[in-house]
Design a protein around this ligand. Structure first.
Ligand SMILES: Nc1nc2c(ncn2[C@@H]2O[C@H](COP(=O)(O)OP(=O)(O)OP(=O)(O)O)[C@@H](O)[C@H]2O)c(=O)[nH]1
Ligand SMILES: [Mg+2]
Length: 309
């Protein structure tokens, strides 16, 4: 299998398509991006389309739906995605349980505020007598989609669209909705600086100032104290989160698995979105470390990408 670049290595933010093989993900991409449906073959690994919406660049990542890809690459992409499009083939009654199982795995992996769209695909086949397609009601019941409006999941914007990737019915509406949510949740401009520190070695792996004010973060009067204090405080196994208010900025400290991520943000920045970014950077660090790819250059790249900078 040819290895393709992983999503967060591409510029811009990512919306990821998931769903069992044959659900119609690649057909949906070609219908929406090119207005035509090409004869598809099963996707090996993934395909990336670059799209531009309202002047912003996005990666539209079409994952292979076959079992081996679900097991190996879905989780990483779900964790990095700024939005997810889950595609389900309404005529695939035989595998609906499998689809339900994977749908909920994906939901659990997602960043807490990532919007999700459920595309009940192939509605053009409803008109064909020989084909037994599922109704929307059946789908909601069997996937327990109403759970997404309950307490644990309300942070995710969620919508169901009945579409036909083949005829294009409702495709534009669905895509506008998901990209509208992804653009709407943008907080990147409110970050002033990011610092990554290894607790174990007591070394700073990365200093990334986004404004002049924080050019020398680790020597910054208050931040240096915060960093020193937290490095002493936390042992490798602890996960924690601290918040420090200052006159002109707020500092957030996230510690996880031996690393500290310090984020300096404007006062009106939204706590929840900073937290999600901080935690996702730390989870990426862990993946990089496991793959022995944790170099300062690579880390800088990843952090920049996380903020879409
Ligand atoms: N009738 C109908 N067929 C569709 C529709 N969408 C996709 N298909 C067909 O379903 C088959 C699978 O479509 P793909 O887009 O390749 O499916 P996929 O989800 O990308 O599959 P993997 O890459 O294996 O994960 C193809 O034969 C498509 O022509 C639709 O809306 N209506
Ligand atoms: Mg495909």
């Amino acid at each position: 299998m040819k290895r393709k670049p992983i999503g967060w290595l591409s510029k811009g933010r990512s919306v990821v398509l998931m769903g069992l093989d044959n659900a119609g993900k690649s057909t949906l991409v070609s219908q929406w991006t090119r207005g035509v449906i090409e004869k598809t073959v099963t996707t090996i690994g993934l395909d990336i389309e670059h799209v531009e919406i309202k002047g912003e660049k996005f990666n539209l990542i079409d994952l292979g739906g076959q079992q081996p890809f679900r097991i190996t690459i879905w989780k990483t992409y779900a964790q990095m995605a700024q939005g997810v499009i889950f595609v389900f083939d309404i005529t695939d009654k035989l595998r609906v349980k499998e689809a339900v199982e994977w749908f909920w795995k994906v939901v659990e992996w997602l960043r807490e505020d990532a919007p999700i769209i459920f595309c009940a695909n192939k509605i053009d086949l409803r008109d064909q007598k020989k084909i037994d397609a599922m109704s929307l009601e059946e789908i909601i019941n069997i996937f327990k989609l109403d759970k997404l409006s309950q307490e644990n999941y309300v942070q995710h914007s969620f919508r169901i669209f009945e579409i036909s990737a083949k005829t294009g019915e409702n495709v534009e509406d669905a895509m506008q909705w998901i990209f509208g949510r992804v653009i709407g949740s943008d907080e990147k401009s409110k970050i002033k600086a990011v610092l990554i520190h290894s607790i174990e070695d007591n070394t700073t792996l990365l200093e990334l100032p986004f404004t002049e004010e924080f050019e020398d973060i680790s020597k910054h009067e208050n931040l240096a104290d915060i960093l020193e204090y937290n490095t002493k405080l936390f042992t490798k196994s602890q996960s924690t989160m601290q918040y420090y208010e200052h006159e002109n900025y707020d500092a957030y400290v996230f510690a996880h698995e031996g690393y500290i991520c310090l984020i300096v943000a404007e006062k009106e920045a939204e706590y929840n979105s900073i937290r999600i970014t901080g935690q996702s950077i730390l989870s990426v660090i862990n993946v990089l470390r496991q793959e022995n790819k944790l170099t300062p250059e690579f880390l800088k790249w990843v952090v920049k990408e996380s903020f879409g900078a």
